[in-house]
Each structure stands twice: as structure tokens, then as C-alpha cells.
Write a protein that binds this ligand. Structure first.
Ligand code: ADP
Length: 361
């Protein structure tokens, strides 16, 4: 039996003097990270937001120190965009509070401390990129020179283009440039690389990292786990509106422990609605993810505590299983383990506390 401890607010201190949770991960409680003088860049306290019966954000505590690059991960509907909206003051929480450098979000935005790139929102079509950057500069007290904005976002080649003639990826890069205009101390990016091709994504992250190198802070939501792995210092995993893990990428990967078996089930098993439950109860398995059905069968990932045991049981139960791979923990395995095993815990949450979840399999 394995116990997976999800994000906890019970704190201990490592030998490095860095505050951690009981599971060895960074705390999510404001003030717990030993914030440097000047306070936290992001300070979300007991943030909760509901839409009718839907609890989009459920008692989220998140403290980000200046200089950190933090990835917000989670499956669709986990509450990432809502958290970002609440952080930026674009929506009001039911309860809890959001502060940016100690300021209410609207004040921090007005002072140009924050640059944001959201999923929604287009660009005005009757201007060139260069004109748009100069228009934006008028809004902020310490705006960067236009040429510097274009250079930092690596879009000098787009300066003369009309915004309605840009591709999806180019539009994203211009929106990134606009986020840099106020010379912010914090960048908040919601799925920034959506619509970018692989090469553009690479260039985008290089420019983001270069921007952050001077000790600035970034919080970005993404569903590209490899981006979080490559770019972020710290990963916060949301599931059903709650923080289920918070730590360095290495720490979050280690949470997955064990190994993952990936395979394709034979078509008969794939068609059986009880297959997921049966797989989940195999010895050595603690989490199951079944992907879309294809003509060849159904791809399955099993997060394992004992992959040898699980593999023997899998082949005994489904001898036609093929394309079998067994791999060590990667970020997507941790993500699978955390979001799959926290499903029930999140559903059962009574709204009072998120101190510690123990999911025994
Ligand atoms: P994510 O960004 O992780 O995909 P969201 O924050 O967009 O998640 O959504 C979290 C949950 O809140 C989802 O169930 C979503 O349907 C719901 N939700 C978000 N915004 C609204 C809204 N304006 N009205 C109703 N439900 C919403």
C-alpha cells in the first residue's frame, strides 16, 4: 500500500533552511517561503470562486517570491484561468484575497508592476504592431521604449505588419510584447504558447527567460508539461480548483515515485466500460489514465507503485496487450498520479480545509 501525500500546509524546514511542507514540497501558505524584503510577488490567500454549483477555485493559497518562475499546471477545468483572473483582479473571489507585491491587483496593474497575457482578447485590427506598442506605452508610468519592447519580444520583424494580418502564433508574440510594455516586475501568462509552432515556442521561452534573468517573477499556466519542466523553477499543480502539489519540478516528479506502464489494450477490453476500474485494482497500480479509442485499440497509462507486479497482472488479465513501455517518473507521470488520485479527494472536499490528503491504494 502506498500513500501519496498531496499538497500540505504542515511545514517543516529542510537542511538548506528552505521551508517545506510535510511531503517535502514548498508551502503554499503566504509568508512561508521566507519572502525577501519587499514582500511576495504573488500572495493568494484562501482564494475561493464558485460559478453556481461549480467550485472553480477552492481555497487556494499560493505565495510566489520575487524572482521565481512558477508554472501552474492542471487538466482542463482545474481552475488555472480562474486563478489567473482572480490574481489580476479581473474577477472577484467569493472569499479570500489576492495581492501583488502587497498591493490590490488593480493598483499593481495601474502602477505597471504586472504584465499579463491572457487567453482571450484580440488585437485592434487597424494598426500596425509598432503603432500598437506605442499606444500601449502611453498607459504606463515607466513604459519601456518601443524599440526595446520589440527587441525583447523578438518581434522587430513584425513592427510594420497590421495586426489583422498576423498568424495565431505571431499574434501571441505581439501580445507577449504588449505584456512587456510597462516594464513589469511580474509577468502573468495564461497558456502563452497556444497557437505557436515548435520553433516559435522555443523562441518565446528564450525571450521570457532572458526577461526573467534580471530577477523578475513569472507565473504561467500551461498544459504543455515539457514547458513547465524546461522553464519553471517551481510547479504548482491544480486539480478541481485545489492545489494538489507545489514544489520544484524534481520534487513533483519524485512525488510520482514508481514507474509508469504505457500500453495499448486489445479492442475487446477497450470497449468494456469496466476496464478502467479493473486496471485500477491491479496489484502495483495506483492510477489509471485511458486515452481516446483508436482503430487499433485504446492507449492506457498506469502509474505504478510496483511496475513488475503490475505488468505481470496486466498481461495475465489482458494477454493481447501490446506496445508496452515501462518508464521512470517524468513530470507527466507525476501529473497523472496527482490529478488522477486526487479526483476523489477533491470531490469529497467539505470546503473547510485542504491540509492533507492521503490517498491509499
Ligand atoms: P482551466 O483554466 O484550468 O481550464 P477554468 O478556470 O477555466 O479552468 O475553469 C474552472 C471551472 O470553472 C470549470 O469547471 C469551468 O467550466 C468553470 N468556469 C470558469 N469560468 C466560468 C464562468 N464564467 N461561468 C461558469 N463557469 C465557469
Amino acid at each position: 500500500m502506498t500513500t501519496l501525500h498531496a499538497a500540505s500546509r504542515e511545514r517543516t524546514t529542510t537542511g538548506k533552511g528552505r521551508p517545506t511542507t510535510a511531503n517535502g514540497l514548498a508551502p503554499t501558505t503566504p509568508g512561508g517561503r521566507g519572502a525577501p524584503a519587499g514582500g511576495l510577488a504573488v500572495d493568494l490567500t484562501a482564494l475561493r470562486k464558485t460559478y453556481g454549483a461549480t467550485v472553480a477555485v477552492d481555497h487556494v493559497d499560493l505565495a510566489v517570491a520575487p524572482g521565481e518562475i512558477v508554472a501552474l499546471l492542471g487538466p482542463n477545468g482545474a481552475g488555472k484561468s480562474t486563478t489567473v483572473d482572480l490574481l489580476l483582479g479581473l474577477d472577484r473571489p467569493d472569499t479570500g484575497s489576492a495581492r501583488i507585491f502587497g498591493l490590490p491587483p488593480a493598483t499593481a496593474c495601474a502602477k505597471g508592476r504586472v504584465g499579463a497575457m491572457l487567453q482571450s482578447g484580440g488585437l485592434p485590427g487597424e494598426t500596425t504592431v509598432s503603432e500598437l506598442v506605442h499606444l500601449m506605452r502611453a498607459l504606463y508610468p515607466r513604459a519601456l521604449p518601443g524599440g526595446e519592447v520589440l527587441a525583447r519580444a523578438r518581434i522587430a520583424d513584425l513592427a510594420g505588419r497590421r495586426t489583422n494580418e498576423l498568424s495565431g502564433g505571431e499574434t501571441q508574440r505581439v501580445r507577449f510584447a504588449l505584456a512587456l510594455v510597462p516594464d513589469p516586475d511580474l509577468l502573468v501568462l495564461d497558456e502563452p504558447t497556444a497557437a505557436m509552432d515548435v520553433e516559435t515556442r522555443k523562441t518565446f521561452w528564450e525571450s521570457m527567460r532572458r526577461w526573467a534573468d534580471g530577477g523578475r517573477t513569472a507565473l504561467f499556466a500551461t498544459h504543455y508539461l515539457e514547458e513547465a519542466d524546461a522553464v519553471a523553477d517551481r510547479v504548482v499543480v491544480l486539480c478541481r480548483g485545489r492545489v494538489v502539489a507545489d514544489g520544484t519540478t524534481a520534487e513533483v516528479k519524485a512525488l510520482a515515485g514508481g514507474r509508469t506502464i504505457r500500453c495499448t489494450l486489445p479492442e475487446t477490453a477497450a470497449a468494456d466500460p469496466d476496464t478502467a476500474t479493473a486496471l485500477g485494482s491491479l496489484p502495483g497500480v495506483r492510477g489509471v489514465s485511458i486515452q481516446d479509442q483508436s482503430v487499433h485499440g485504446r492507449a492506457v497509462s498506469l502509474a505504478c507503485t510496483d511496475s513488475d507486479l503490475a505488468l505481470r497482472a496486466l498481461l495475465a488479465g489482458w494477454p493481447g496487450t501490446r506496445d508496452i513501455e515501462v518508464r521512470g517518473a517524468a513530470l507527466d507521470d507525476a501529473f497523472l498520479a496527482l490529478t488522477a488520485t486526487n479526483h476523489d479527494a477533491a470531490t469529497d472536499h467539505d470546503g473547510a480545509t485542504n491540509d492533507q490528503e492521503e490517498i491509499d491504494r
